[in-house]
Design a protein around this ligand. Structure first.
Ligand code: AMP
Ligand code: MG
Length: 312
């Protein structure tokens, strides 16, 4: 776990315009002071991320968020229901301090209040909003462990370590710009959980692959080196398997990882990215994925796997 001294040092680096990999409840983030354009530029350069892809801005509280974005009544309701937590709200930008580069020049901003205690302590210690995409090379599998960050960046990026990311899958992104709430990216807060609060969500409509609005919706993303085969039932030579629930004995000799032996989709989501990285490291001919549930958190898992399987 990160000590107070490690958090104070990380905050010092951030204030100086350096990057720090920070734990959040979703995945590890590659954080920079969102008000410092040079620091934000380091995020794009380090990840190899296209500059048209805006960054999520992390703030300590809803109160802090209201200084940067205009919250409609529905946006406020969502924030009150799910913050701190794995929900990003896209709102009209009304602040003056966030680097335009972090917003990709948009008149809107994606805001999130993370629940992870280390992220909260870091935000308090550095006293600035933090722009933070996932701490992995752009387009590749997200990082849910410090070892994943080291695998991608070596010693280039200082890490605040805090064990595996508890949720393991990115935040849900909702646009609150219109009277209808639009799901831009399925994630850790499920449509069912939102509906349970009496809020209606327009369904997730994939945009054009080059749309600047939600580059998390680029067709190929979260991609391991090996090709990914979805809804696989037949073994093919050299395949490694991602399974779920009852283990298929026909696969016994192939490398495999069971995302959740008890068929718990929450557990599966938390294991997804580490399992993809682990199987990929064995250089399989393909990563074969058994059919998975698509309701609840399964919607976000299916979204990540569909992009992992998309043509590059
Ligand atoms: P990542 O940092 O890879 O988790 O991706 C961040 C996601 O947040 C991307 O899909 C962005 O498009 C989305 N995002 C951030 N800011 C905005 C914004 N102002 N409008 C729409 N999407 C946004
Ligand atoms: Mg990412």
């Amino acid at each position: 776990m990160s000590t107070p001294a490690a958090i104070a040092h990380a905050a010092h680096l951030l204030r100086q315009g350096q990057l720090v990999a920070m734990p959040t409840e979703t995945v590890y983030g590659l954080a920079a002071d969102a008000t410092n354009t040079t620091a934000v530029a380091r995020i794009y350069a380090t990840k190899g991320r296209p500059a048209f892809n805006p960054l999520i801005i992390h703030v300590p509280s809803y109160q802090a968020a209201t200084e940067l974005g205009a919250f409609s009544p529905a946006a406020q309701q969502l924030a009150e229901a799910f913050w701190p937590g794995p929900l990003t709200l896209v709102v009209p930008y009304i602040g003056t301090t966030i680097s335009p580069l972090a917003r990709a020049g948009l008149a809107t901003v994606g805001l999130r209040v993370p629940a992870h205690p280390v992220a909260q302590e870091l935000l308090a210690a550095c006293g600035c909003p933090l722009a933070a995409p996932s701490a992995n090379r752009s387009g590749q599998v997200s990082a849910t462990l410090p070892a994943h960050i080291e695998a991608d960046f070596g010693t280039e990026v200082p890490i605040l370590p805090a064990g595996p990311s508890p949720v393991g899958i990115e935040s849900t992104i909702i646009s609150t710009l219109n009277t209808t709430l639009t799901l831009l990216r399925p994630g850790a807060i499920t449509p069912e959980a939102i509906a349970a609060r009496g809020l209606t969500l327009a369904p997730h409509t994939p945009l054009s692959p080059t749309s600047p609005l939600a580059p998390g919706q680029l067709a190929s993303h979260y991609a391991p080196r090996a090709p990914v085969r979805l809804n696989a039932t037949q073994h093919e030579a050299g395949n490694a398997w991602l399974t779920f629930g009852t283990h298929n004995p026909a696969l016994a000799s192939a490398p495999s990882i069971n995302l959740s032996p008890t068929a718990d989709i929450t557990e599966a989501a938390s294991n997804l990215f580490a399992a993809l990285r682990e199987l990929d490291s064995r250089n399989p001919t393909a990563i074969a994925v058994v059919p998975l549930p698509t309701h609840g958190l399964g919607l976000a898992v299916a979204d990540r796997l569909t992009r992992a399987a998309a043509p590059r």
